[in-house]
Write a protein that binds this ligand. Structure first.
Ligand code: MN
Length: 197
């Protein structure tokens, strides 16, 4: 399968009050596209050419891993947000959050402290342990991905500075708060949970 830039699941200005179109133009149009193009160049003419993206994420190292994981992680992050998202989840994911964290309020607090506390670049992931069906938050550095730690990603938030610096400058806490209040795509998380179960 050809490695391609996946389409943004909404218009460039769809998250405007939370994430500006300027940020998305740079983040999606330059950073994400850059990882796709870099990966295409790295695998061209190698045994990795034609491999599925997920296979490259879980079976490579070095520059190929870094770029493949960043391509995968960014597609997942775009889908982890939606216009009119955020707030308390319902459905199966709502039940799972309450069961695993005690309450939605406790989940929110842990989400904020883990996202703000991740030193440097990385992602905060809401994950499922397929062994015991418990959800957990994993703050992973750089391009690291829960699939490499036997966990299934349900929702992912990019906390590299390029994700929020234009809109929030150094205030990562405000970006995280906005993600929880206005952006988190619980329908996507619910679908991921459904698929995994
Ligand atoms: Mn990013």
């Amino acid at each position: 399968m050809k490695i391609e830039l996946s389409p943004l699941p909404y218009a460039m200005d769809a998250l405007e009050s939370s994430i500006s179109s300027k940020t998305l133009e740079l983040h999606y149009g330059r950073h994400h596209r850059g990882y796709v193009e870099k990966l295409q160049g790295l695998i061209e003419g190698t045994t990795h050419e034609g491999a599925e993206l997920e296979h490259l994420v879980t079976n490579s190292s070095g520059a190929i891993f870094n770029n493949a994981a960043q391509v995968w992680n960014h597609s997942f992050y775009w889908n982890s947000m939606a216009p009119g998202g955020g707030g308390q989840p319902g459905g199966r994911i709502g039940v799972a959050v309450n069961r695993s964290f005690g309450s939605f309020a406790a989940f929110r607090e842990q989400f904020k402290s883990r996202a703000v506390g991740l030193f440097g670049s990385g992602y905060l992931w809401l994950t499922l342990d397929p062994g015991n069906e418990q959800l957990a938050l994993e703050a992973l550095k750089d391009a690291d991905n829960p699939m490499l730690h036997e966990r299934i990603p349900l929702l992912g938030m990019d906390v590299w500075e390029h994700a929020y610096y234009l809109d929030y400058q150094n205030a990562r806490d405000r970006y995280v708060e906005t993600f929880l209040t206005n952006l988190a795509n619980w329908r996507f998380a619910d679908a991921n949970l459904e698929k995994a179960a």
